[in-house]
Write a protein that binds this ligand. Sequence first.
Ligand SMILES: *Cc1c(COP(=O)(O)O)cnc(C)c1O
Length: 226
Amino acid sequence: MSIELNLKSVKEQIYQAEEVAGRPKGEVKLLAVSKKQSVRAIQAAIAAGQHDFGENYVQEGVEKINAIADNSVTWHFIGPIQSNKTKAIARHFAWVHSVSRLKIATYLNEQRPETMPPLNVCLQVNISGESTKSGVTPDALFTLAEQISQLPRLRLRGLMAIPQKTGDAVEQLATYQRVQRLFEQLQQEGVELDTLSMGMSGDFVAAIAAGATWVRIGCAIFGARE
Ligand SMILES: *Cc1c(COP(=O)(O)O)cnc(C)c1O
């Protein structure tokens, strides 16, 4: 299992999906999801030219960030956020893809150090309507986006979604297109957004067809997690 070869293959598949979708080459960025992967595996990916990594668990992520201590790496937090963990997130990450509550956004805004640039934020949308998944409902999204765009230490960049797993490519595309429509509606209302974080190892081609700008890929790069 070579991380370098896997990265190369995933990038080629991303380019192909961009081409099929009629999108400019290089518009879709690759976020390597390194949760439950070792520091050594991350270092192998860095050596192969990968510089954006996503972590789901605060303590695990901060430990790896400190162990790797590489300024060329941009760290993204993509997991559920508890209010007692916002301080560590605000201090160690450049992006948070999984904001879905105003209270959490307010804490992140207050706790983002003045010495760091504003924290890039995506709002996680509960697009499949699953009660178990976190995320703001489409109905509540517009008010939340309006409120969060006022917070000076955050920079609202766009939307993130984790649809219910399905093997059906048509269904995957339709779901991602619903996120794309919400994104476009927000833009039409004057909210400045440039980021759609959607697509994982099993469905990133559909996400790219629906306008994804970050795809979050774990096992296709690093292999199965424990
Ligand atoms: C684990 C995870 C991913 C990556 O999933 P893979 O199927 O390993 O590609 C992407 N996004 C989030 C939010 C995750 O938790």
